[in-house]
Design a protein around this ligand. Structure first.
Ligand SMILES: Cc1cc2nc3c(=O)[nH]c(=O)nc-3n(C[C@H](O)[C@H](O)[C@H](O)COP(=O)(O)OP(=O)(O)OC[C@H]3O[C@@H](n4cnc5c(N)ncnc54)[C@H](O)[C@@H]3O)c2cc1C
Length: 420
């Protein structure tokens, strides 16, 4: 059996582990388009901020691939010929496969606004190379505009601020971190960032980029900026899959075994459209732990197992300028909201028919593990118990049935794989 993996990110590392858990011998080749080895993408903002050194960036060190007998090919895949089962690389090299994994991740979205492609001051912060390039452009005292206040935009703003730049975030929506936070919690985070000195403008769009003169906003305002970071979202890298006829929607479509519409091709990580386990709706999740888990399960299945993947839960955590922000669940499910706040500690729960469907925790990391598992287990809890918990949230106030449920042993593991 010959295994080929396109992309050398988080899902690829998981896939190597998954394949090797079942098949110690067969050759594995990774096509590493970025040519930077396996690194932890979320660490790039810390690298830019000067808080991580190059040698601390590995997700899996080069020795890992060597030990696993993996050949890493520093090249880009330009075409998949699924009739002959070959991957054609930019260099002209052709790599044959029996089982192929698409682990090509996503890319930042660049909006079509005047000046955005013409000006060298406009950058993204998505790869390690982006961070290295930005490192050379950062000038303390100068102004940077960050377009977008999602997780990447907020972390980019933090890194530039920590490097001494003046930072303005422009967010099109009426609140920051719109996929993660509610309006109330977003206001608290906004106040926190503004108190630190980051300027935040919500409900506004950048409509033009004028190079060194800065940016223009929809309301006509002009902001001077020497650097513009585009962080308005990401999109799965679908072209290889679409060009060879695989079924795609927002992401590559996979079945519950992470197999694409071609039986010999699997896909995992940010490139796939999976299932939000809470809403049951299809979703592109783009989260690191899910990418690793999907890669691991796909790898096992490529080696002949039948591991099923039910989908993922939207959960995100970000630490920004001293504030710990964790949110999980679905903003789409309406329900009863429970709020608690004491100083800069804040907890918001949303329950629907007694079941927790969302939480937002600011500076409350101690309760988020149990709350995440309450969402996953969809345990029905009486309102009086939620009321008791929210009156002074802490581990000791969790409903007794939670403690009973976590005693369960692993035979309910939904990721269990059938024997080959
Ligand atoms: C700044 C930042 C902060 C983040 N913070 C968090 C966080 O706090 N929590 C969290 O859960 N997630 C976070 N993420 C998201 C997380 O990094 C991704 O979910 C994860 O990296 C996805 O893994 P992946 O393997 O699917 O894709 P990637 O890690 O992106 O790897 C895909 C690789 O495939 C390569 N590739 C693409 N096309 C080809 C081709 N044709 N040939 C060869 N190679 C190709 C790409 O260049 C890339 O190197 C963050 C991302 C960024 C950018």
């Amino acid at each position: 059996m010959k295994y080929v993996i396109i992309g050398n990110g988080i899902a690829a590392a998981g896939a190597v582990e998954g394949i090797r858990s079942r098949d110690r011998e067969s050759p594995i080749a990774i096509i590493d388009g970025e040519q930077r080895g396996s690194y932890s993408r979320p660490l790039i903002t810390y690298y830019l901020a000067g808080k991580r050194k190059a040698e601390q960036m590995h997700y899996r060190p080069p020795a890992f691939f060597h030990q696993q007998g993996v050949t890493v090919i520093p090249d880009r895949a330009v075409k998949i010929d699924n009739q002959t089962r070959q991957v054609i690389l930019q260099s002209g090299l052709v790599v044959g496969y029996d089982r192929l994994l698409l682990a090509t991740g996503a890319s930042p979205i660049i909006p079509e606004i005047p000046g955005i492609r013409q000006n060298g001051c406009v950058k993204t912060l998505y790869t390690w190379q982006d961070a290295e390039q930005l490192d050379l452009l950062v000038t303390p005292g100068q102004r940077a505009v960050v377009m977008g206040s999602g997780l990447i935009g907020i972390k980019a703003a933090e890194a530039l601020y920590q490097r001494g730049m003046q930072v303005t975030i422009i967010e099109k929506q009426t609140q920051i971190l719109p996929r993660l936070l509610s309006r109330t919690s977003a206001e608290l985070v906004k106040e926190h960032l503004q108190d630190k000195g980051i300027e935040i403008i919500t409900g506004q769009e950048v409509t033009r980029i004028n190079g060194d003169n800065g940016v223009e906003l929809a309301d006509g305002r002009r902001l001077t900026a020497q650097l513009v970071i585009v962080a308005i979202g990401t999109r799965p890298n679908l072209s290889l899959a679409a060009d060879c006829g695989l079924a795609v929607n927002q992401g590559v479509l996979v079945d519950s075994h992470l197999r694409t519409s071609d039986a010999n091709i699997f896909a995992a990580g940010d490139v796939i459209e999976t299932n939000d386990i809470l809403t049951g709706y299809p979703a592109v999740m783009a989260l690191l732990p899910l990418a690793h888990r999907e890669g691991f399960l796909a790898g096992q299945n490529m080696a002949g197992a039948a591991c099923s993947y039910p989908g993922g839960l939207l959960i995100n955590s970000v630490h920004v300028l001293g504030m710990n922000i964790i949110g999980a669940g679905s903003p789409q499910i309406p329900g009863q909201t429970w709020l608690w706040q004491q100083g800069n500690h804040y907890l918001e729960l949303v329950t629907e028919s007694g079941r927790l469907v969302r939480y937002i925790a600011l500076n409350m990391p101690q309760v988020t593990g149990p709350l995440t598992s309450l969402i996953e287990k969809q345990m029905e809890i009486q309102d009086s118990l939620w009321q008791e918990f929210i009156s002074q949230p802490g581990l000791n106030r969790l409903p007794p049935m939670y403690w009973e449920a976590i005693k369960e042993v692993a035979d309910n593991d939904s990721y269990r794989c059938r024997a080959i």
